[in-house]
Design a protein around this ligand. Structure first.
Ligand code: AVJ
Length: 326
């Protein structure tokens, strides 16, 4: 049985004006900032794919290593017993990693449905097609929309135990404070017995981290600059991409790996019928990719109201999927 529940939650005009409001608000802020959640248009998806294929970008392979080789260990820590459950994945994308766990669970005859949540209806559609051939026995219930809204929706259609996956170190794009709020927000939508499995990139040799985001081929730079191109196209703006340059930093003590764009000259940019002034060398704060220690992860889980049950590492111990129970 396949149920399709996605719906168009926003028409194009409100989406455009929300984007506009957000961009203008960010660029009027001091220091200027743009949200990395807007990186992922069609070209941005392609560039992120290229990033994941770079030898320097170790994160994907580390987490894939965990799901390929430790799905058994993960399963043992989900306290599944004999009850049916829902595997809910926040930001599933093409589910490259989680597929290994889903396969393991199916092979071991667990009774569960898979509910991928993503803001890209396109990606969900592809995933659904893909899973229909690869895992025909799996019931897939795709949910298109914002994480929290879709979590509420799940509670409306199912009362089964929830196993929530939030992979890929996507939590790294939040500041530590935002990340804690986010986890507490998830916690408030879960019940006793539910589980959150969350992927964190760990603090490690700072050279390794910086190289993953400061690649010599300039793919990460293109990924950042692509947001200006997107703003030009979607918000009738006139950024001259050549007048901006990517700068990456990593602070080993705080664990913040940060992307900036530097304005190479004093310039004015028109966006949504407004003028935004840039000084020479003025920065746009583009993205944080926060790295954590195991202690910081444990503290965050507890502060958000979870029991931190287990940490599953890749073979290099560079990445962790942390399992938290309610
Ligand atoms: C998708 C948020 C995990 O921060 O590592 C990769 C995005 N940015 N290179 C990350 C990203 C630059 C990525 N996440």
């Amino acid at each position: 049985m396949k149920i399709h529940l996605d719906e168009d939650l926003s028409n194009d005009n409100t989406a455009k004006s929300d984007f506009c409001t957000d961009v203008l608000k960010g660029l009027k802020h001091n220091p200027k900032k743009l949200s990395s959640k807007y990186f992922y248009d069609k070209q941005g998806d392609k560039l992120f794919q290229k990033i994941m294929d770079m030898p320097e970008y170790y994160l994907t392979n580390c987490e894939l290593d965990i799901f390929k080789n430790k799905s058994n260990e993960i399963t043992q820590n989900l306290q599944l017993e004999n009850q049916p459950f829902d595997v809910i994945e926040l930001g599933s994308g093409d589910a490259t990693k989680s597929k290994h766990l889903l396969n393991f669970l199916k092979k071991n005859s667990f009774d569960f449905n898979y509910m991928p949540i993503d803001i890209s209806g396109n990606i969900l559609h592809e995933l659904q097609k893909d899973l229909a051939t690869e895992m025909p026995d799996l019931t897939v219930i795709p949910l298109e929309g914002e994480y929290f809204e879709m979590l509420e929706k799940v509670s409306g259609i199912s009362t089964r135990k929830k196993v929530v996956l939030f992979l890929g170190a996507n939590i790294g794009n939040m500041t530590k404070k935002e990340a804690l709020q986010f986890c507490a927000e998830i916690r408030s939508r879960l019940n006793a017995g539910d589980v959150l499995l969350i992927g964190f990139d760990l603090k490690k040799n700072p050279h390794i981290i910086l190289k993953a985001y400061n690649d010599p081929a300039g793919i990460t730079a293109a990924f950042n600059l692509n947001l200006l191109t997107r703003i030009n196209r979607e918000l009738d703006a006139d950024f001259n991409i050549e007048n901006f340059r990517h700068y990456q930093s990593y602070e080993p003590d705080s664990g913040a790996c940060r992307s900036f764009l530097i304005s190479l000259q004093a310039q004015t940019v028109n966006i949504c019928d407004e003028k935004i002034l840039f000084d020479e060398n003025e920065l746009i704060d583009m993205e944080v990719s926060q790295k954590y220690s195991i202690e910081e992860i444990a503290k965050m889980g507890q502060s958000a109201g979870f029991h931190v049950v287990e940490n599953i590492y890749d073979s290099k111990k560079w990445f962790v999927d942390s399992i938290w129970h309610v």
